[in-house]
Design a protein around this ligand. Sequence first.
Ligand code: CTP
Length: 391
Amino acid sequence: MLSGKTVLVGITGGIAAYKICELIRMFKRVNANVRVVCTPNALNFVTKLTLQNLSQNEVGVEEFNIPDFKPEHISYADEADVMVIAPATANTISKLASGICDNLLTSVACAFHKPVIIAPAMNCNMWQNPIIQENLKNLKTYGYTILEPESGFLACGYQGQGRLCALEKIFDATVKKLSTKKILTGKKIIITAGGTIEDIDPVRYISNYSSGKMGIALADTAYELGSDVELVTTVPAKKPYVVTKVKSAFEMKNAVMEHFSDADCVIMAAAVADYHVKEKSAQKIKKTNDDEITLTLVKNPDILKSLCELKTHQTVVGFCAESENLLENAKEKISKKGCDYLIANDISRKDIGFSSDYNEVTILSSAGVVKELEKADKYTIARQIFEEIYG
Ligand code: CTP
C-alpha cells in the first residue's frame, strides 16, 4: 500500500512512546520505508535498539551526528513523504509552534515542507492549558494535521482528555495524506474570500455577513492538492501560501487583476458589495436634527464579469448566492457574467452557506447543471469542486 513511500516517525518524551513501536510495524507491514527521529527524552521510554530493529533503519537522535556533507535534519526532511509526530508532548508542540529547533526532531520538522501529522498525548490539565491550545491552533493554521487525544484513564492516574488517539487513526490519516492525488500540481489559482467593506466615513461602513469560510476552504484545499495559491481576502488569515488582505471591492479587483495573466484559474468566492458610497466622508459624519439621512451609492466594478471579458486561457469560476429561485437565477447569472463555472448556493437556509461550516451547492457550466453536491462541510465541498473541474 505504501511501497515507495517514506514515513518519518518523530517520537517525543511521553509514556505513549511505547505504543509507537506498534505503529512502526503497521507502516512496515504495508511496505513503507520508515525513518525514526527521537527527542533525547523519548529514549527514556523506548530504546533506540527496539526502534532500529522495527524500522530496519538507523534512528536519529543527535543533531550534530553528520556522517557526510548533508546536515542530517535536511536529509531526513528531503527523504520523507510525510512526517508523523507521535506522541507529541506539550513541550514539542510549543517548540514547533514557535519555530524552535533545539534538537534533531524539531529541526527536521521545521525543515519539512510536506504533510505533518501531530498526535498529541499528555496529562489532561496540560492539554487544556490555553497556551497549548493556542499553539495547536497556530500549527493547524499553517497546515499541520492534529489528531486530538482521546479521553480516558491516563498513565499519570488522571481521568480526562490526553490519551494518544488510536494507532489506526494515525495510520489511516497517514495513508490518506499519501494517497491524495495532487491534481492541481503546477497550477496557479487565485481565490477570493469574505465580504468586501465599503467605507462611509472613518468609523462606519457597509458590508455583508460573508464569513469567508468557503473561500478559505477552497484555498486550503487547492494548496493541499498541489496548487500555487493566492488568497485575496477581506478576513485575516495566516496561511502557508500567499495571502493578500484587501478591504473594498476596488482593492479586491486590483489584487486579483495583478496576477490574473499568470493564473490558471480564479475562483470568486467573495461576497463583493455591488455598490460603494459615492462620497466617503473624510471626517466622522455628525448627527443632525433631521430624522433622515441620504447616502448615495454608486456601482462597484463587477470583478467576475471583468475577468471573463479579459480571460485567455484561465478557468473563471463564480459563486452565486441566492435567497430564492436558485437555479433560475444561477442560469441567468452564468450567461450574464460569462464564467466557465458557477457554484450556486441557497443563502436563505440557516444550516448552510453564510457563516456555516457546511454548504450544499449546485455546480453549473454554461451548458447547464453539471453536478449537485449534497450537504457537506466546506472542505469536502471544496475538494469536490476541484475534482469536478480538474479531476
Ligand atoms: N461579483 C463580483 N463583483 C461584484 C459582484 C459580484 O465579482 N461587484 C462576483 C461574486 O464574487 C460571485 C459572483 O459575482 O462570484 C456572483 O455574486 P452575487 O452576489 O451572487 O451576484 P451579483 O452579480 O452581485 O448579482 P445580484 O446581487 O443581483 O444577485
